[in-house]
Every structure is written in structure tokens, then in C-alpha cells.
Design a binder for this molecule. Structure first.
Ligand SMILES: NC(=O)c1ccc[n+]([C@@H]2O[C@H](COP(=O)([O-])OP(=O)(O)OC[C@H]3O[C@@H](n4cnc5c(N)ncnc54)[C@H](O)[C@@H]3O)[C@@H](O)[C@H]2O)c1
Length: 381
């Protein structure tokens, strides 16, 4: 298969996730960056495109110029999908315009900033029939794919309890909040309805629904700004119910001093507990009620792994894979989908899954504003 051509919106000089996406796309091996609108500042955008080796005419001063320019190119030259790596408030407007112009869209999470914008995004996808993927990265690790086989595959019995936490410390104090990444994340106009619950809580939420295969139906949440003066939550916790009867707790906080990227999940089923932590991602611990503890590890020579875990493992056992490779799994599968051949166990989140994360943010916000009242997650029609 010839590489799938893609264009990027955002991800210019000094950006965090854009370079991660590009590295991942290169690891995936079936994608090729052909164009970009890398910054809202045209000079910065041009410098970024040049540094990436793009011809000047494919490095656009704005995302609307990119969509116009690429649409006008011959079909065998133009970008085949648009990757969106801007702050949250731009995901929906860029995606809607891209879908209207006939481009599939791979957007970073959360889907966008508000429920209204997310609904417009979903309507545009319905109207155009365009393909949408969302990069809920952590679902794409080999050991998470394996955990899903065990838990959602009902090999350990029904889920009884889930404990998921996503704790970071980089916004622990007011003076820590420096740089562009902190600036927009703390601004409701660019971040959206929630702060930490949107930024990292949505990853935790997606991980729960991915591994259990069971939707969260209702929750009770307390969100707060632990650091005085902030408008959005930087810390919070929720209790939740799963449709299948399981119960769980979710913590999302960016004020846990000393923590880096502490995403960790435990799922206790009737027969065993399954434990995975993002900072040690090549270990899946399965502790059985009636047997010794098991340590599952990835590797292209691990015959005991199930196909969905095996398929996304690149290296022999003992050669760690992590964040970049998980993103690469997403790019790989999305590129296949763009060419009309999505794998059955695709690693990217669907639009519906992105929408679920938005419903989660909205429900947590609603609950917290009403003294942690239990609220139902609204379903999509
Ligand atoms: N999946 C993950 O693990 C993960 C991790 C980090 C961030 N993210 C998501 O990625 C997105 C970006 O986050 P980040 O930390 O990289 O932010 P960032 O501030 O580092 O980068 C944002 C980029 O968007 C560009 N931009 C802003 N307005 C633009 C416009 N009008 N046109 C073109 N470019 C524009 C900025 O110049 C910058 O290059 C967010 O939605 C965030 O939630 C996801």
C-alpha cells in the first residue's frame, strides 16, 4: 500500500502533541505528511513547515487556506486526511470544515470544547458520511488491548469494581502554570467545560469503557479548582456505575505534586483483578482468586497473547514499547480505514466514543454543580 498522505493543523514550533503525532505516523510506516497549517501565526507556521521539509506551497498560513488549497489539488496529490492537534476549541470548527470539504479527520481528544460543538461535529460527520477518528492514546497499548480481551471478553467473570486514576503534578501550584500548554488548558474559552476532567479525565473514562466493554451509565462527581483563582477544575473525583452492575471510582487531577503521568487502572472481576499503569506499560498484572499472580508482557514472540495485542506489538519481548508506538497504532489503523480497510480491532476511538467522553465531561460538570448529585450520562440518539 502506498503511504496515506495527511495534513496537520496545529503542532508547530514549541507544540507538545503535534511532534508526537508526526513521529508516530512515521513509526506507523503507512502515513506521509504532505501539508500543514501548523500555527495561527503565519510566520511561525511557515517556519514550522520549512523545518519539516515541506514545500512552501504546502505549508499554509491558516487551516482554511489548507483546506481550500488541498481540495484544489489533483486527487493523487492532495492530503487524504486531516490530523487536528490544536487546542480543544478548534477541533470542531476545523473538523466540520474538513468533513464538508471531503476530508476524513483524525482529531486529538477531547472531541472538542462543548457539547453543542460536539453535536455540530457529529452532525457534520452524519451529513457528509466522513470518517472520524479520535486519539484516545491509552487504549492503543498492547497490554491494554490484552486487558480488554480478558475483561470485555468475559474470561474473568463479571466486573465488580474499577479504580482508575490519572494524576499529574505539573499544575500543582499557581506559579507552575507557565507556557502555552498551561495557558490554554486553564482558559474555559479554549479548553472547554472542564479542565483536568476534560484533559485527562476523558482518557481515564475511555480506558474504563475500552477495557470493560461496558458503558458507564451514571456518576456522582466533585470537581474543584484546588489552586485559588482558577476557573476550571484542576482536581476531582467521581463514583460511577457500569451498565453491567459494576461500580467504580475515577480520579483526575493535575495538582498531585510529584506525579508525572500517573494513569493507572485496576479492574476486579469475579475471578481475578487486572492491573495496568501507563508509566510501566509493558506489564499487565493479573491476580487470580484461586491461583498465582501472572505478569503478562508484550513481544512479537509471545505466543500467549491474543491477536489484538499481538497485532500492535512491533518488537521482540524485552524491547519496550510505549507512548509513541501506541500513537503509531492509531495512525496505522486510521490510515487503513481511510483506504477503506479498517481493522476489526481498530486502535483509534470512533466519533461515538469521542462523544461518550464529552457526555462524561458534561455529566461530571452537572453533578458537581449540584452537590455531587447522581446523574445519568445522556445517550446519543
Ligand atoms: N492524546 C494525548 O495523549 C494528548 C496529549 C497532549 C495533548 N493532547 C491534545 O492535543 C491538543 C493540543 O495539545 P498540546 O498540548 O499539543 O497544545 P500546544 O499548545 O502545545 O499546541 C497547540 C498547537 O496548535 C497551534 N494552533 C493554535 N491555534 C491554531 C490555529 N488557529 N491554526 C493552526 N494551529 C493553531 C498552536 O500554534 C500550537 O502549535 C489538545 O486538544 C490536547 O487535549 C492529547
Amino acid at each position: 500500500m502506498r503511504p496515506v498522505r495527511y495534513a496537520m493543523v496545529g503542532g508547530g514550533e514549541g507544540a507538545f502533541i503535534g511532534p508526537v503525532h508526526r513521529t508516530a505516523a512515521a513509526i506507523a510506516g503507512n502515513c506521509q505528511l504532505v501539508a500543514g497549517a501548523f500555527s495561527r501565526d503565519p510566520a511561525r507556521a511557515a517556519r514550522s513547515g520549512e523545518a519539516l521539509g515541506l514545500p512552501a506551497e504546502r505549508s499554509y498560513p491558516s487551516w482554511s487556506a489548507l483546506l481550500d488549497g488541498e481540495r484544489d489539488l489533483p486527487a493523487d496529490e492532495r492530503a487524504e486526511f486531516i490530523a487536528i492537534v490544536t487546542p480543544n476549541h478548534l477541533h470542531a470548527p476545523v473538523a466540520i470544515a474538513a468533513l464538508e470539504a471531503g476530508f476524513p479527520v483524525l482529531t486529538d481528544k477531547p472531541l472538542t470544547d462543548t457539547i453543542a460543538a460536539a453535536e455540530s461535529f457529529a452532525n457534520a460527520a452524519d451529513r457528509t458520511g466522513g470518517l472520524v477518528g479520535v486519539t484516545h492514546t491509552y487504549a492503543a497499548y498492547p497490554m491494554v488491548r490484552q486487558a480488554r480481551e480478558l475483561v470485555a471478553g468475559n474470561r474473568l467473570g463479571a466486573v465488580r469494581r474499577v479504580a482508575v486514576r490519572y494524576t499529574q503534578g505539573w499544575l500543582a501550584r499557581a506559579e507552575d502554570a507557565v507556557g502555552k500548554q498551561a495557558e490554554w488548558r486553564l482558559d474555559p474559552a479554549r479548553s472547554g467545560l472542564a479542565g483536568a476532567f476534560g484533559d485527562i479525565g476523558t482518557h481515564a473514562f475511555n480506558l474504563v469503557e475500552t477495557i470493560t466493554g461496558d458503558p458507564i451509565t451514571r456518576l456522582s462527581a466533585e470537581l474543584r479548582a484546588a489552586v485559588p483563582g482558577r476557573t476550571l477544575d484542576d482536581d476531582g473525583a467521581a463514583m460511577f456505575h457500569l451498565a453491567g452492575g459494576g461500580r467504580g471510582t475515577l480520579i483526575a487531577s493535575q495538582v498531585c505534586a510529584g506525579d508525572a503521568n500517573g494513569l493507572a487502572i485496576s479492574i476486579w472481576c469475579e475471578e481475578a483483578g487486572v492491573h495496568w499503569a501507563q508509566e510501566n506499560p509493558n506489564v499487565l498484572r493479573v491476580a487470580r482468586r484461586n491461583g498465582p499472580e501472572e505478569i503478562w508482557t508484550p513481544g512479537a514472540d509471545r505466543g500467549y497473547l491474543d491477536p489484538p495485542a499481538m497485532r500492535v506489538t512491533r518488537t521482540p519481548s524485552g524491547h519496550p514499547e510505549g507512548y509513541l508506538e501506541a500513537f503509531a497504532n492509531i495512525y496505522h489503523d486510521f490510515a487503513l480505514a481511510v483506504r477503506g480497510r479498517p481493522p476489526e480491532d481498530r486502535c483509534y476511538a470512533s466519533l461515538a466514543e469521542g462523544m461518550r467522553s464529552m457526555r462524561f465531561i458534561a455529566a461530571a460538570h452537572r453533578s458537581s454543580a449540584d452537590n455531587a448529585r447522581w446523574v445519568e450520562l445522556e445517550n446519543d440518539a
